[in-house]
Design a protein around this ligand. Sequence first.
Ligand code: UFG
Length: 325
Amino acid sequence: MRILVIGGAGYIGSHVARAFLDHGYAVTVFDNFQTGLRENLFDDALFVHGDIMRADQLRAAMAGGFDGCVHLAALKAAGLSMLQPEIYAEANIAGTINILNQASAAGISRVIFSSSAAVYGAPQYLPIDENHPTEPENFYGFTKLEIERLLNWYDRLKGMRYGAIRYFNAAGYDVPGRIQGLELNPENLLPIVMETAAGIRPKLSIFGDDYPTRDGSCIRDYVHVSDLAEAHVSAFEYLLQHDQSITVNLGSQTGVSVFEMVERARAITGRKISAEVTGRRAGDPSELVASSLKARELLGWVPKFSDVDTLIASTWKMYEKFVNR
Ligand code: UFG
C-alpha cells in the first residue's frame, strides 16, 4: 500500500510517516520545509520537496499513484490566525482545495485529515464528544471546520472517503528516539517547559491561576503524538475496510493542569524550571477534555504513551542535550 504524507516533515507528520512505515506501508513524504525539518525525513521513505499552493507540484507528486494520502500541511498558531486570517485562509483552506482537486484527478480516493479540537470552541459540556456543537473561537479552528465541510462535500460528490481526526493537545516525542527534529519557536506548553528546563529560556509564564479549576490553572487533554500517529493508520484501514468516512476525537480523556505539568516536569527532569504566573491568555478555555470513546470503539484505538510521565520523559530526551550549552 502506498501513502502520500503531505506535511510529513513536521512534528506530527514525521511521527505519522514513521507509524505508516512501521506498519509496512510504502511512504512518500511531501513537504515544503516551511515548518517541517529535513532531519525529520527517514531513509526508508521517499521524499518530494513541494508546496501545497502549487497544483503542478502536487500533480507531479501524485502521479505515481497512491492508495491514500494524509494531509497535515497547515499553519496552526491559533493566536496568529486571528491577526493574519488571510494567510491562514490561503494556506489551510485554499491549500486543502488544491490537495483535494489534485488527489481526485489522480484517482486518490482516501484522505486522512489533521483536524483539531479547536473546531468545538468553548466547551458547553465535558468531556467533549464528536456531537458537541462546533463553534470555533479562533480563525484557525474555523479553517479546520471549513475543511471538514469540504471533505464532506467531496465525499458526497466525488466519492472521496475521509478520516477527520480532531486532535486535542498533541505532545511528546517518539519514545525510541527516531525523530530527530525539534520544533523551532514552539508555542505549546510542554516544549516551552522543556526549553526552560534546559536553560534555553530563563522562565516560563503560566497564563492565569484564577480559573475555576482544581488549582486555578487551565486543564488540557494531552495526547502523545505517537498515539495520534497510530490512529492515522487505524483510520486509513477503517476507510479501506468500510468505505465510509469517519470523524473522531483523539485525546487521552484525562485532564492535566498547567501547574501539574510543571511540577511533574520538575520531578522528572530534576531541573528547577522557573515559572511565573502572568495574566490569562486571550481565548483560553479553562478546561478541555476529550471523549475518545468513538475512536476506541470504531478504530480500536487505545493510547499507550499518553500518561503524563511518558509525555514529559520522551520530550525531555530531546531537550536535555541543550543543558549547559
Ligand atoms: N500555557 C502556559 N504558558 C505557556 C504556554 C501555554 O501557561 O507558555 C498554557 C495555556 O494557557 C493552556 C495550556 O498551557 O492553558 C496549553 O496551551 P497550548 O498553547 O500548549 O495549547 P492550547 O490548548 O492552547 O492549544 C492546543 C493546540 C491547538 C489545538 C488545541 C486543542 O495548539 O492547535 O490544543 O486542544 F486546537
